[in-house]
Design a protein around this ligand. Structure first.
Ligand code: SF4
Length: 493
């Protein structure tokens, strides 16, 4: 522990205790991201960099984490349950963590397969072509067929995850065809979304699927090169961001630099719009667009498209804050903090029943009466999935004396599941499906509800419809999801 703190301190980075926790206590009602990935190739230990980056990216996955490094002879792997800080703490204190100079790391929020530590990344397989370790953000849509095919050929599986299928497929292709042809072949077989950091023995690679669903960015840091899901992980450690891994690109990295070793072309891109709307940290820059700036413009655009008669604009904290400040600017209605959020109550999402969830929202969010009482409130949120939290918040505002509550949502209606790594799998959970604005307002107890248009969304992000995945907003997916309807039914069952 002391050694790690010294290492971080000496290099002017954050200390362990000052690193952000990255949790949104009301994520129980928000879609969840599936993972964060990190890779580092340096001249000293990789673990301190990867550990700190995983802490910075804690918002992308809180179930479990893992770090794999190559110690000069073999890949060492450590996986822990829960949050990065608590999970690794006992290992750091005992000095019991992977010590290699080259490594990859992973934070997991499972959308497929086991939720316990057995399903945690990185995944490691031993092959005659070397040890292969993979950390994966995304979701492979054809993994069930691939799993059956690999099983028939004698590949043993220890989990039910798509990542285990991916790493075994990569291992088979690389072993049989060599690195480049093997990777090219694997990328033509794998469908869905994958931003990956991979080690083959002591070589480090970053891979992004041809549509670029999930972010992946390269930077220079300390004595080496880093790749991470978000630029903030590089910034926070005092590094300099270089560029995104391009869709379809495979990059080889060492402590001196990086080079493209493969580029798989694609006619379009499909960056997940939710990165800018909700998932990514506002201080991250993804595919050359700053998340904060796009969120501010989502609010500005919403004010133009869906004005509301109100006395104050208040955000749903924290996720609607930037959009609410844009709405206030665009509408000329003053911005106020009308809801206090208790940052220290966490994990509402594991509470099993409605009553407990209701109580948890009250503990987490409390209206500030002097701000709310007697006012017409414009409540701005980034998105609404089920609407249950919004209904509770509207109720809280009314109890605190709000005269009117107008809900404005800074993204279009979510009406369809996501098959690319976000935890929204069943249509019946969406409040906006088959309901118009008036019906939604009645459902959540608001005086009015309005959403941002699709054009408003793309304009605010600054990317065209052919560069974004809008699948959960339109039901039309950039990749054909085989047996989508049956898959959806099975998920429901
Ligand atoms: S379907 Fe929605 S959540 Fe899933 S990748 Fe596409 S835009 Fe993102």
């Amino acid at each position: 522990m002391a050694a790690i703190l010294t290492m971080l301190g000496r290099r002017g980075a954050l200390t362990v205790d000052s690193l952000p926790r990255g949790l949104d206590p009301i994520t129980g009602q928000k879609p969840s991201e599936s993972c964060a990935v990190v890779g580092f190739h340096g001249r000293t230990q990789a673990f301190p960099v990867i550990y700190s980056a995983l802490r910075t990216l804690q918002h992308r996955g809180q179930e479990n984490s893992g770090v794999a490094t190559h110690d000069g002879q073999k890949i060492e792997l450590l996986k822990v349950d829960g949050h990065v800080f608590e999970g690794f703490k006992p290992h750091i204190e005992k000095g019991d963590y992977p010590k290699g100079k080259i490594g990859i790391g992973h934070n997991r929020y499972s959308t497929e397969g086991l939720k316990n530590i057995t399903g945690a990344g990185p995944y490691l397989v031993n092959t005659s072509a070397g040890q292969i370790a993979v950390a994966h953000n995304g979701e492979i849509t054809n993994f069930r067929e691939l799993r059956e095919e690999l099983k028939e050929k004698g590949v043993p599986f220890f989990t039910t995850t798509d990542t285990e299928v991916m790493v075994n497929l990569l291992a088979r292709e690389i072993k049989e065809r060599g690195l480049l042809t093997g990777l090219r072949n694997a990328m033509s077989i794998l469908k869905g979304s994958y931003s990956v950091t991979m080690m083959i023995d002591d070589k480090l690679y970053a891979i992004r699927d041809p549509l670029g669903f999930k972010p992946l960015i390269i930077g220079k840091i300390w004595d080496g090169m880093m790749v991470a899901s978000e630029s903030s992980a590089i910034d926070v450690l005092g590094g300099s961001v270089i560029r995104d891994v391009e869709p379809g690109e495979v990059v080889e990295m060492d402590s001196e630099g990086f080079r493209t070793i493969l580029k798989v072309p694609s006619e379009r891109k499909a960056h997940c719009m939710f990165e800018w709307v909700y998932f990514a940290r506002p201080d991250s820059i993804i595919d050359n667009v700053e998340v904060y700036n796009s969120r501010y413009h989502l609010g500005l655009e919403l004010a133009r498209e869906a004005p509301a008669s109100g006395d104050i604009v208040i955000p749903v904290p924290d996720s609607g804050r930037t959009q609410a400040s844009g709405f206030a600017e665009g509408s000329g209605i003053p911005y106020a903090e009308g809801l206090f959020k208790n940052r220290y109550s966490e994990r509402t999402f594991i509470m099993p029943n409605q009553k407990e969830r209701d109580e948890a929202v009250r503990i987490k969010l409390n209206p500030i009466r002097s701000v709310i009482s007697g006012k017409r409130i414009v409540l701005v949120d980034d998105t609404i999935v089920r609407g249950t939290t919004t209904r509770r918040i509207v109720g809280l505002l009314r109890k605190a004396g709000a005269k009117e509550v107008h809900v404005r949502v800074a993204s279009p209606k979510i009406i369809a599941p996501c098959y690319f790594g976000i935890d929204m799998k069943t249509r019946d959970q969406f409040i906006a499906l088959n309901r118009n604005d008036e019906e939604i307002a009645a459902e959540i107890g608001a005086d009015s509800v309005a959403y941002l248009s699709m054009d408003g969304l793309t304009k605010s992000i600054g990317k065209s419809k052919h560069e974004l995945c809008l699948g959960c907003l339109t039901g039309k997916y950039p990749v054909k999801v085989k047996d989508e309807i049956e898959y959806f039914q099975k998920t429901l069952e």
